[in-house]
Design a protein around this ligand. Structure first.
Ligand code: GLN
Ligand code: ZN
Length: 762
């Protein structure tokens, strides 16, 4: 008998119920009990849904009020000193303070650093540890959620982040190695596992996704020590879950750990099956990740069935589980709620619920149940129909990509020659100030958009409304005294969706939400066909905004890699190819902006780094085509046109040469949460072009004052020549309110002025 299992279910709710509950709690409209009740309701609904879909042992503790890495840190009492007092008084408030920062009279707490979860667009909070750190169990979240499911009559498999991944995903504040804390950490895992066993849990899932990355000897030794230690005490059977890639050189290590089951990702790495089958001891449970937890295409079940049958043949009667490749956290909830897509497209897709159905069907087919043939045939037809559909192919686009040459990806002269022309055209002072693009998307803006979408606000009235918003935004920026202005992006719902909606080859779901961080969700576009730009996309707004002011107006585009990275991408051609198609569409837009008199154009690539393959050996190939795509989009302009780019939450150390190879005239980056640590890479590498290190953490409602920003700028000026520095926030301001934005940007402009005084004096 083949079991169907699942590594994690989306938390946010099919209608983003968790988002709403969190945000009203943060606004003070609901208390903790009301928030917890919504959370419990979602958990119950999701467990039931998974049971109905035929999942044998659904996961528990995969739910989180904000982030599962933060949950883990909190659970093990890895709470930095600054939150301690609050944590004793009000644990939930402290938890949210760690996630979002907290500022109110008498309290001023910075949030933890946030970064991407492997190569996904999910962000986790980076635990802050230090040498001598003590761990203890705080609360009983995994136990409580296990019991909660049990009370509903549902047996679950609690999910925990494994000890080695937990430590490797953490950072220390004192330069010590997080793995040095392993011995201090393990007793707490033992205590927790024993408690779960006592509570009746048969299985526990320990996620160790770092096993698909390059590990050094210390990390490999940590795995051996950790799991040997866990094996000694009473514990539920342990499923060691690996995902997002192949185990490769870590396979022997993983197979030898004293655990009862191993999950492997056969979507990203189907080729590893044979080696896994040979390495895995008999009797160990093998969980096959056969259905893509990261994408929304219907599974070509025939291929999955071949892999499953092959595994079954090798394992004989040994236990075999079928699962999604990874947690379904990265996939929307339920396709049946999807009303926006046309029937043809919908027929090509599967969301979380449908993926579980696919797995059930695979398991039944594998076990030879009657009646699976028709369903398999139907799946086969859907996949074939997509392959054949004329909507997927555009010969002109394919020809244009084929004709690309190196010259198309190169600007006419080097940056050093371009810069004086640009400085003259833009009339820039030292330490020029700018923002990253978006301004507050107030309730008013979102409501107007929603009413326009619903047909309740006429297009002309909506346009007029947006023009008023843009004008107000321009006036505000003038009042504040910024040097390079932006139009504010009020017309945009989302930085990728907005472009995708105007490009051919993209489709949009009405309800395909996935969690980005905390309560933030995104609805990734679906790239199903060849991409092209039927008409200009942003020119009208940039031109209008520029007409209102003498200050330079920066054009604002989302770069090809980010569009690719934040979409559900077609799986029937190389990603590099799809990326080049997007780059050409953007190149047309960049050229049109320039022709319309826009002298500075920002091409955002916040997702450049998260696209990095998890194995170093695959980096050069990725970086090669990613950098090329950016340059294709940026290289059609004249020397005097200044190309900006922007990245956030990126560790630049190891890709700084590729960041330089983008050859953007100015790059703005997130640095304020890490207190300028990220700049070291730019300094060491002697980054040739201009840099705007973020001095205002926009992911937190905290308003920094001038002296704080001056401190950060001085730190920046210690490692980079002052003449290369720009002054800007960490990222766009769309999630912030106007009052805090105004206050922070006023302080930011004052900080730049103070620096200019210093720079002149120096
Ligand atoms: N221009 C975008 C904005 O300001 C950039 C957002 C991002 O980097 N994620 O919102
Ligand atoms: Zn950003």
């Amino acid at each position: 008998m083949t079991s169907v299992t699942n590594l994690g279910f989306p938390r946010i709710g099919a209608r983003r119920e968790l988002k709403r509950a969190l945000e009203s709690h943060w606004r003070g409209e609901t208390d903790a009990a009301q928030l917890q009740a919504t959370a419990a309701g979602l958990r119950a609904r999701h467990w039931k849904l998974q049971r109905e879909a035929g999942v044998d042992l659904p996961p528990s503790n995969d739910f989180s009020l904000y982030d599962h890495v933060l949950d883990t840190a909190f659970l093990f009492d890895a709470i930095p000193e600054r939150y301690r007092a609050l944590a004793e008084r009000d644990p939930l408030a402290a938890y949210f303070a760690m996630a979002r920062g907290l500022q109110k009279p008498g309290i001023d707490l910075h949030a933890l650093e946030m970064t991407k979860w492997f190569d996904t667009n999910y962000h986790y909070l980076v635990p802050e540890l230090h040498a001598g750190q003590r761990f203890a169990l705080r609360g009983d979240k995994p136990l409580a959620e296990y019991r909660e499911a049990r009370a509903l009559g549902i047996e679950t498999r609690p999910v925990l982040l494994g000890p080695v991944s937990f430590l490797l995903l953490s950072k220390t504040t004192d330069g010590s190695h997080p793995l040095d804390l392993l011995d201090a950490l393990l007793p707490v895992y033992v205590q927790l596992l024993t408690a779960l066993k006592d509570a009746g849990a048969q299985w526990v899932q320990l996620d160790e996704p770092v096993l698909v990355q390059d590990l050094d000897d210390a990390a490999r030794a940590a795995f051996e020590r950790a799991y040997a230690h866990l094996a000694e005490a009473p514990h539920p059977d342990i499923l060691l879950a690996t995902y997002f890639g192949a185990l490769d050189d870590n396979l022997a290590l993983a197979a030898a750990l004293p655990v009862q089951g191993l999950h492997v990702d056969l979507v990203r790495a189907p080729e590893q099956l044979d080696a896994v089958l040979r390495a895995l001891p008999a009797g160990r449970v093998l969980s096959l990740g056969l259905v893509d937890g990261r994408n929304i295409w219907r599974n070509p079940l025939d291929n999955a069935l071949i892999l499953a049958r092959y595994a079954r043949g090798h394992r004989g009667d040994g236990p075999l589980w079928l699962a999604p490749s990874c947690s379904l956290l990265h996939c929307p909830v339920d396709l049946t709620l999807e009303k926006k897509l046309d029937a043809e497209l919908r027929g090509w897709l599967a969301f979380s619920r449908q993926k579980l159905d696919e797995l059930r069907l695979l398991a039944d087919a594998l076990d030879g149940h009657a009646g699976t043939e028709a369903a398999l045939a139907q799946a086969r037809e859907a996949v074939e129909a997509r392959r054949r559909s004329p909507r997927v192919h555009n010969a002109a686009v394919k020809a244009r990509v084929a004709a690309l040459t190196a010259a198309d990806a190169t600007r006419a002269t080097p940056h050093a020659q371009r810069l004086p022309l640009q400085a003259a055209a833009l009339r820039l002072p030292p330490f020029p100030t700018t923002t990253i693009g978006s301004f507050p998307q107030t309730l008013e803006v979102r409501e107007a958009r929603a009413r326009n979408k619903a047909g309740k606000l006429a297009d002309a009235d909506y346009e007029a409304f947006l023009e008023r918003q843009t004008e107000q935004c321009v006036r505000e920026q003038e009042r504040i005294g910024l040097d390079v202005l932006v139009h504010g992006e009020f017309e945009r719902n989302d930085m990728v969706e907005y472009f995708g909606e105007q490009l051919d080859g993209f489709a949009f779901t009405g309800n395909g939400w996935v969690q980005s961080y905390g309560s933030r969700c995104v609805k990734p576009p679906v790239i199903y066909g060849d991409v092209s730009r039927p008409a200009p996309m942003t020119v009208r707004w940039s031109q209008y905004a520029q007409s209102l002011t003498d200050k330079p107006m920066k054009g604002m585009l989302t770069g090809p890699v980010t569009v690719l990275q934040w979409s559900f991408v077609r799986d029937d051609q190389e990603r590099a190819q799809t990326c080049r198609q997007i780059a050409l569409a953007l190149r047309d837009e960049v050229n049109d902006l320039e022709a319309a008199g826009i002298a500075a154009i920002q091409i955002d690539e916040p997702a450049l780094r998260e696209g990095l393959p998890l194995r170093r050996a695959q980096w050069p190939a990725y970086l090669g085509w990613a950098v090329e795509a950016f340059r294709i989009s940026a290289s059609g302009v004249g020397d005097a046109t200044q190309i900006h780019t922007h990245m956030c939450y990126a560790q630049f150390n190891d890709i700084i040469d590729s960041v330089a190879a983008l050859d953007a005239d100015v790059i703005s980056i997130e640095t304020s949460r890490s207190r300028m640590e990220l700049l070291d890479a730019f300094a060491r590498f002697d980054y040739p072009n201009q840099v705007g290190p973020g001095v205002y953490d926009i992911h937190s409602p905290r308003v920094p004052d001038r002296s704080e920003m001056v401190d950060l700028l001085r730190k920046a000026a210690e490692v980079l020549p002052a003449r290369k520095l720009w002054v800007n926030p960490d990222c766009g301001l769309k999630t912030r309110g106007w009052a805090e934005t105004r206050a922070a940007l006023t302080a930011l402009v004052e900080a730049a002025r103070e620096m200019r005084g210093e720079a002149v004096a120096a």
